[in-house]
Design a protein around this ligand. Structure first.
Ligand SMILES: Cc1cc2nc3c(=O)[nH]c(=O)nc-3n(C[C@H](O)[C@H](O)[C@H](O)COP(=O)(O)OP(=O)(O)OC[C@H]3O[C@@H](n4cnc5c(N)ncnc54)[C@H](O)[C@@H]3O)c2cc1C
Length: 405
């Protein structure tokens, strides 16, 4: 049995701790905040996330708090025309073996937190900021802001896009500023007119900007976000923004979408950041997961899904690890995950410029390309992403069988 320190108690850190504990080790989660918490906003979970949650033993409680949306829809933000739609019906569910659903971030995070709290081999350390580590061939000494040193057999850096663990391991500086500004809010569904209460994930694509909305919290709230490619050069995180400023930024938005935008009262703004794929995620007994390893733009709605997949694979490779093979197993983990995560990072950026933000001729090309795809073509395009087999040989066989039918 190993003692494994996990820096960060977000979705990725808690999932990693749970996976490690289920593999028979003790996980110590070091979280800088005094409370373990998440934003009130929503998050989309594709079948690959539910597959990971099932491995972690928490798929059912998450599904019970999630909204099963009926479709993913892409609309022209100016004309209101439906450009394409992927039904998330029984055929979709059968193909991928798990649902596509949307959930309030806090509901996902608190389910993972409860599972960690109930697991005898997870120890939570709130108010513990990691500042660095000292690794030897036999152990890792994790250094915290209050001057303590936590000794562990391994350190998992799940401390997000501005990871201290990554900074020490790779020294690759701050994340890349994307130049995209996003405004986010949550609206009570009671405020949304009947005709606009769509049970789907809706993306309105405009020239250089797009708006997304979907129901969360048992359909009691509407998650609303609007993003513009404005070339912003400085990272911004959660700054309060007036409703008038948000409304003024998107002339040409279709009246139905504008009606929704006008419902937002408390807006906050971020300038999005990501990172290019990294050549390595490990240094001896230290590894990176989640956003610390592969921060991506949110356009494929897969950052947290990838963090959940990472956790499952980490747990599996660490099962039965002898003391002297910790570094080898972490290298194996990174080897199993890096290529897939890099592909999702790249696809996420591509979706932003090629699907959500094109203008003029590029937008017309996009429309023609989408119109040429049959419903089956659309599903085939996401097989690699939503149908990804995860886990040991038994599970892999089952997942592949589902994908192939
Ligand atoms: C607008 C937007 C929409 C998104 N939508 C989706 C979606 O629909 N689907 C999806 O799958 N993903 C989505 N994502 C991505 C997703 O939110 C992230 O990929 C995911 O939350 C990453 O989880 P994480 O645990 O790796 O990092 P984080 O959530 O950043 O958690 C890191 C944790 O580490 C803690 N921490 C940081 N530094 C330290 C330190 N030095 N010491 C100790 N603790 C530390 C932090 O307090 C935090 O608790 C979206 C992202 C954005 C920005």
């Amino acid at each position: 049995m190993l003692n494994i320190a996990v820096a960060g108690g977000g979705i990725g850190g808690l999932a990693s701790a749970l996976a490690v504990a289920r593999a028979g080790h003790t996980a110590h989660v070091l979280e800088r905040n005094t409370e373990f918490a998440e934003l009130g906003a929503g998050i989309q979970l594709a079948p690959n996330a539910f597959r990971a949650l099932r491995h972690l033993g928490v798929a059912e409680p998450v599904a019970a708090r999630a909204v099963r949306v009926a479709a993913l829809r892409l609309l022209d933000a100016r004309s209101g025309a439906l450009l394409t739609e992927m039904p998330l019906d029984d055929a979709y569910r059968h193909r991928f073996g798990e649902p596509y659903a949307v959930v309030q971030r806090g509901d996902l995070h608190s389910t993972l937190l409860t599972a960690c709290q109930e697991h005898e081999r997870v120890v939570l350390h709130p108010g513990t900021a990691v500042t660095g580590y000292r690794a030897t061939p036999d152990a890792v000494r994790v250094v915290t802001a209050d001057g303590r040193t936590v000794e562990a057999d391994a350190l998992v850096g799940a401390d997000g896009i501005r990871s201290r663990v990554r900074a020490q391991m790779l020294g690759d500086g701050p994340p890349r500023v994307s130049g995209h500004t996003i405004h986010r809010t949550v609206v009570p569904m009671a405020d949304v007119p009947d005709g606009l209460r769509w049970n789907s994930v809706n993306l309105w694509a405009g020239p250089g900007w797009h708006m997304v909305h979907y129901p969360i919290a048992n359909g009691e709230k509407l998650n609303l976000a609007i993003t513009r490619d404005d070339g912003a050069r400085t990272a911004v995180s959660g700054v309060p923004t007036s409703r008038d400023e948000v409304l003024a930024g998107f002339p040409g938005l279709h009246p139905r979408a504008r009606a929704l935008l006008g419902l937002g009262r408390e807006w906050r703004t971020w300038v999005l950041c990501d990172r290019p794929p990294a050549a390595t995620w490990t240094e001896g007994r230290v590894c990176l997961t989640g956003d610390a390893a592969h921060a991506m733009l949110q356009y494929a709605a897969q950052g947290a899904c990838m963090a959940l997949e990472d956790a499952v694979v980490l747990g599996e490779v660490l099962e039965g690890t002898p003391e002297d093979d910790v570094a080898g197993r972490l290298a194996l983990f990174a080897g199993l995950r890096r290529e897939r995560a890099a592909r999702v990072q790249e696809v996420s950026s591509w979706m932003g410029h090629a699907l959500y933000h094109p203008r003029g001729a590029a937008a017309a090309e996009r429309d023609a390309m989408l119109a040429s795809l049959s419903p089956d073509d659309l599903l085939a395009a996401v097989d690699w992403l939503h149908g990804h087999a995860l886990g040991g040989p038994a599970h892999q066989g089952a997942a592949q069988a589902v994908v192939l039918t």
